[in-house]
Write a protein that binds this ligand. Structure first.
Ligand code: SF4
Length: 428
């Protein structure tokens, strides 16, 4: 996926990457992208932005961030693994936050020297990407912010901290007045740590600007989310998933403009009755664990089987964009509290109780006219596996056919998944 005119090898080498192994990774992901994305029919033309994004993911985008850092336009690159790490705080202190979750297996034998075999693939993925030195986002991050969410991540970070400078946030697992205050304190503590890292104070103006820019990105995603209620739906689940994945890596104002351009085209397609799948194609709402780049397997299977994913209730979907930060507040402290309050309302399965997630899913299924719900957990993600039972009951009560899937990053179960999904689409 390297660009044609720029030689990125010196950059990758300067990041101490294993360029030979990295070539193998880029080749495999490029092939997958071609097979999954470029074989789609009737994509909106403006999704060419995504093809360009994918091409530059490990090359142009990294260079752009490193150049900006060298020229002082950004101070530091801050990596994160979770939706609870507020990008507004990082941006207001002059940094740029990038998502480091890995959606592919890498160096599993090396990983299993440090983590148990039965660990979530996402955790093994980012550990393997680090040990194999194949991720330029991990290698260019000056500081990585982790969080005590799932047990596997919390303990996995103890090893990751031997590889990269890390800072851990303490995320509450219940919502009470006390934990709300505790979480606000935690976000203030993060702000201080990021200021220390970047050497730049957060000001009322910089935070207001960062909140507005991030809200604009979320507003664009909300807009795009709404057009998918149409039948035929104007854009595929695969492209929509990639757009949200891009939200963790791409330049915010540029991506926001691109999402709005895609939404413009989709609205025109809806007016003309043009879709990415035929009218009446079976409409699936996805819910479950996040899908990091390049984990496109499930969506590809659903859509190649003739279904269309019309929404994603997950961290690489609606949870990322459904809520905005309150744009009021005069002082830095007030605005940081507003940021904290927005993030505490993310309905991740680490919270108990978490019936709000069920309500979100059923609400989306109604709004997007879903024919059925597919709930997916990555292997060994106990909290999402457990919530699948309540989710099934909620779906049944609301009258939506439901299927739970447990999978990982390998292609070994692709045939079996395809059979189950085809049967599900036939049934709904
Ligand atoms: S599912 Fe929960 S722990 Fe995982 S990224 Fe989302 S918010 Fe964080």
């Amino acid at each position: 996926m390297a660009g044609e005119t720029v030689d990125y090898y010196p950059m990758w080498k300067s990041l101490d990457m294993d360029t030979e192994a990295h070539d193998g990774l880029l080749g495999a992901v490029g092939q997958m992208y071609g097979d999954m994305f470029l074989t789609q029919h009737n994509r909106p033309k403006s999704t060419s932005y995504l093809d360009n994004f994918a091409t530059n993911l490990h090359s142009g985008r990294i260079k752009e961030m490193l150049d900006a850092k060298e020229q002082g336009r950004i101070k530091k690159i801050i990596g994160s693994f979770c939706l609870y790490v507020p990008e507004e705080i990082v941006a207001a202190a002059g940094g740029v936050e990038v998502g480091l979750c890995a959606g592919a297996d890498w160096a599993p034998e090396e990983v299993e020297k440090h983590l148990p075999r039965n660990t979530c693939p996402l955790i093994k993925g980012f550990t393997g990407f680090k040990l194999g030195r194949v991720c330029p986002y991990i290698e260019s991050a000056d500081l990585v912010v982790g969080e005590n969410t799932r047990d596997g991540k919390k303990k996995g970070y103890e090893f990751f901290a031997t590889q990269k400078p890390m800072y851990i946030m303490d995320v509450p697992h219940v919502r009470t007045d006390e934990t709300k205050q505790m979480w606000r304190n935690e976000v203030h503590r993060l702000a201080e740590r990021i200021e220390q890292e970047t050497g730049q104070k957060i000001t009322a103006d910089s935070l207001r600007r960062a909140i507005k820019e991030t809200n604009d990105k979320r507003r664009a995603l909300q807009r795009l989310g709404r057009v998918r209620a149409a039948d035929p739906t104007p854009i595929s689940g695969l492209d929509s998933l990639l757009i949200t994945q891009a939200a963790f890596m791409d330049d915010t104002p540029r991506l926001t403009a691109a999402i709005n351009a895609i939404a413009d085209e989709c609205e025109q397609r809806v007016a003309k009755g043009e879709g990415v799948a035929p009218k009446g194609a079976k409409r699936v709402l996805y819910t479950g664990t996040p899908m990091a780049v390049p984990n496109w397997k499930l969506f590809n299977i659903i859509e190649k089987a003739g279904g269309v994913v019309v929404g994603e209730e997950c961290c690489t979907g609606s949870r990322y964009y459904k809520d905005l930060v309150d744009e009021g507040g005069e002082t830095v402290d007030e605005m940081i509290d507003n940021v904290a309050d927005r993030y505490l309302n993310i309905h991740c399965a680490i919270f108990t109780p978490n019936q709000d997630r069920e309500q979100d899913v059923i609400g989306m299924a109604h709004d997007l006219h879903a024919d059925g719900i597919i709930d997916c957990s990555l292997s060994f993600c106990t909290i999402y596996e457990m919530e699948a039972f309540g989710m099934e009951a909620a779906a049944e009560k609301a009258g939506f056919p439901f299927m739970h899937v447990t999978t990982n990053y390998s292609t070994e179960d692709a045939g079996q998944l395809k059979t189950r999904i085809e049967a599900f689409l036939e049934m709904i």
